[in-house]
Design a protein around this ligand. Structure first.
Ligand SMILES: Nc1ncnc2c1ncn2[C@@H]1O[C@H](COP(=O)(O)OP(=O)(O)OP(=O)(O)O)[C@@H](O)[C@H]1O
Length: 239
């Protein structure tokens, strides 16, 4: 596979319905009055169904801010962001909750609940969807754990698992609901080289099988080859 840093916007077209995410002319500011500071500048980015896109860039360049806008965790201030065709500018609370239900999040710190078993943590990824019988959730969560190679660790607590295993539980929790999009912020930062590679390979394989799109922020040069495309951000702009 040849790896090139490509223009973030690629072939962005107005009203394109095949994109999972279409970001157009997005600016973002923090603070008020004299302290108001622009951190994102005229961003365009398109993520297609099933694509694995890595976003790199120095600390403070705006990667996490963009990730939280895409995941409906922060309100869009200007421009356009379509999630599966739905415009998020001026979205209300219900629309943002709808977006959050389509997204699986994986963070640097695995964010597992230490008082719950691995299986119970994965079930939580389904509870937010609502409406599924408990037995069905347990069955799906068990399958998701098996998919990440932890089928026999469902009853273990996070404290009994290695860093790589915990991150695999976090992947199972993010993917158990078959989200349209996975947003991963530095998922390998706390892992050694071997565990980091295992974790991203599992993410890539599962996403391929489920046809979900992955946007992965990383400083980890060792995992760049899992990407279909790499985009680079600096000072709030794509290079
Ligand atoms: N809640 C906030 N209030 C004010 N400024 C913020 C806030 N969050 C982020 N910023 C600023 O916005 C800019 C972009 O931050 P962001 O966290 O998006 O960068 P990043 O590329 O994800 O950095 P890192 O790689 O260190 O996580 C930085 O200058 C940061 O200080």
């Amino acid at each position: 596979m040849s790896l090139t840093v490509s223009p973030a916007s690629q072939t962005l077209t107005q009203g394109d319905s095949t994109a999972t995410i279409a970001v157009q002319q997005v600016n973002h500011y923090f603070g008020k009055g004299d302290l108001r500071k622009q951190v994102l500048f005229d961003l365009n980015l398109r993520l297609d169904k099933g694509e694995v896109v890595i976003m790199t860039g120095p600390s403070g360049s705006g990667k996490t801010t963009l990730l939280t806008l895409i995941g409906g965790l922060r309100s869009l201030q200007s421009g356009s962001l379509r999630f599966l065709g739905q415009e998020l500018l001026d979205a209300n609370g219900a629309q943002l909750r709808w977006v959050r239900r389509q997204v699986g999040y994986i963070f640097q710190a695995h964010n597992l609940h230490n008082s719950l078993t691995a299986l119970q943590n994965v079930v939580m990824g389904l509870e937010v969807q609502g409406g599924l019988p408990v037995a069905v959730m347990a069955e799906r969560a068990q399958q998701a754990l098996a998919d990440v190679g932890l089928g026999d660790r469902g009853h273990s607590y996070p404290s009994q698992l290695s860093g790589g295993q915990k991150q695999r539980v976090a992947i199972a929790r993010a993917l158990v609901s078959h989200p349209a999009l996975v947003l991963a912020d530095e998922p390998t930062a706390a892992l050694d080289s071997k565990s980091g590679r295992e974790v991203v390979t599992i993410m890539q394989t599962l996403a391929r099988e489920q046809g979900c799109t992955i946007l992965l922020v990383t400083h980890d040069n060792r995992i760049l080859d899992v990407a279909d495309r790499i985009v680079s951000m600096e000072d709030g702009r794509f290079l």
